[in-house]
Design a protein around this ligand. Sequence first.
Ligand SMILES: Cc1cc2nc3c(=O)[nH]c(=O)nc-3n(C[C@H](O)[C@H](O)[C@H](O)COP(=O)(O)OP(=O)(O)OC[C@H]3O[C@@H](n4cnc5c(N)ncnc54)[C@H](O)[C@@H]3O)c2cc1C
Ligand code: SF4
Ligand code: SF4
Length: 614
Amino acid sequence: MTVRVQAGMVWEKLDKQIKKQGLTLRTYPTSYPASTVDGWLDQGGAGIGSYEAGWFRDNVISARILFPDGSAKEMKGKDLDLISEAEGTTGLVTEATVKVMKDEELELISIGCPNAHDLQKLIQRINDNDLPVWSLILINPKMAELKNKAPMLEHYGHPVEERILLPAAYIMTIAYRKKNKKDFDSKLPSILKLCEAKILSDKIAPHEWEHRFKLMVVKRLGPSLIPAEVVIPLSSLGDVMMEIERKVDQPIVKEGVVIRRGAGGKPEVVILGFIPSDQRKFSYNFVFSLVLTIMKIARKHGRRPYATGLYFAKRAKEILGVERAKRMKTFKKQVDPKGILNPGKVLGEGFMSTVLTVAGVFEPMIRFFGNYVITQAGERPGKPVNGIPADVAWPAYSCSQCGYCIEECDQFYGLGCESQSPHGKWYWLREYMEGREKWNQFMVDTMLVCTTCELCNLRCSAALPIEPSWMKLRGKLINEDKRMAFPPFEIMAAALHAEGDIWTGYRKNHADWFPKDLIKKHGPGHKSKNVYFAGCTASYIENDIGTVRILDKAGVDFTFLGEKESCCATPMLVAGKWELFEQTMRKNIKAVKDAGADTVRLCHNSNLLLYEIF
Ligand SMILES: Cc1cc2nc3c(=O)[nH]c(=O)nc-3n(C[C@H](O)[C@H](O)[C@H](O)COP(=O)(O)OP(=O)(O)OC[C@H]3O[C@@H](n4cnc5c(N)ncnc54)[C@H](O)[C@@H]3O)c2cc1C
Ligand code: SF4
Ligand code: SF4
């Protein structure tokens, strides 16, 4: 079964679409909410489902490639080796035909292993016994520890998810098809008996699976991470894990993906290691050098860095294989004689690649300095940076630029530009804090335009407090720094200040909407324990309010504040005009008290304000 897709298709969208036909992806990267078919083909990789489906390259039947001279060609079979992992240096992918599979119900299980050698043995036995596994991912004990420490998704300062504590063990999470449960369950006990592995609590597997796209949450403890990604044979897993832990004296978190049939049909493991560190400190450079140590260990145990890129271009022969690197070079000369496609990458002789090759020679010495640095893992916002509140500056550096938040963002959707998404705004804030950007009215407006929908908070791979951070910046920019909000907000503020509503209506007309026949019973002046707060939109714009009739018919005794009622002031909160917001709230509270009431029935916007913000 296959699907033909345009290259810029995001995995999550493709999966949703084909699920309607009863199909699903055989494999996908854990960047599934934002990464694309072309990106993965050109980057090369393995991910969820790769235990069964192998490397992504093995799941592509053909791809249409566009060359610099304007010609295009459908490439398949061995020719795909000239495109996969070429990082766009040999042509642009415009469409691809990708293998898919029947969408079947999955079962999940998490298994804890006390040490890396047992973990390796366990995976080997899973292979030898043909356990019907579709996906096998793993984390090391340090990752489990830091996941336990990582901040949780919050809403107005309250956690909105349950903390599931992970044991300090190597944790393997397996997904297999429900139809194979009998076979799986009959084989697993004897496999586990031979090493010290244990099935973990029922809550852990669904939690780890649900959070498989959110591993960047540990970045919040850095606020930066130093990544190192290597591919090793399964037969070296225990030795590599232990040697890294022996030689890298820093809190290194690791996650892995197992490929049952990797290079030469042998099992392989992709290990992605991260060291939490703070890129704002000079010592970050020393810790960064430990990447070379990890690469060296992987090399010693028979394998290689994950990809070439700019940094490892000089090692293309080792990463891609001598024959393939040679073919790619010849092909590139033929299709891109002027070298305009991603210059310096993959087969290039760039500066960074040379620096890393030279630094590799001095690795033991550099390692000494890298290990000497004392690394703290945990959120430590500290002081404001260049006027940016400390608790906004920290997440700006924690953002991994994964891009999950872009397309879901209302502001991005409305304006169509990446700078108008959380991804773009965090990037700009970092540039500002480092002195490369300055505030101007466009950027002030960019912080104000956010609709406060909070979809970004739910999507974020690091559970960053995105919307609350923009809210803090509104107060800082407008209330403290006295910058201008955009014109509609300024008009609303002036009207609210003068007449108590944002719609430029006169205060004397505030009660005009109120049904004449109910004025005596519920209108201004009537004392009651209940106040009906209509709000200014309902009073001046959408004034066909049925609520007062319903309350009356239901026999509720209530009063209405009339001209003493002011706007709930929500727009002033999001406009950053916090002093005016506070003054207005105080006026409303006094008017309610003067009416002798202790209960307020609200319009929906004011309801949100009262119960969520206050
Ligand atoms: C949170 C997170 C999780 C990740 N998980 C995984 C994982 O599980 N497995 C994995 O392998 N990787 C993973 N990655 C790395 C990365 O996301 C993947 O390699 C992904 O497939 C890149 O896709 P993209 O669409 O973002 O491409 P980009 O990063 O935009 O591009 C990748 C490369 O392809 C080239 N390219 C892009 N489009 C084209 C085109 N049309 N034609 C030719 N060349 C093109 C680019 O120049 C670049 O060199 C992860 C990254 C993050 C941030
Ligand atoms: S809260 Fe603002 S930044 Fe976040 S998704 Fe909504 S509009 Fe975009
Ligand atoms: S803010 Fe956006 S780009 Fe940054 S980590 Fe969260 S989802 Fe990714």
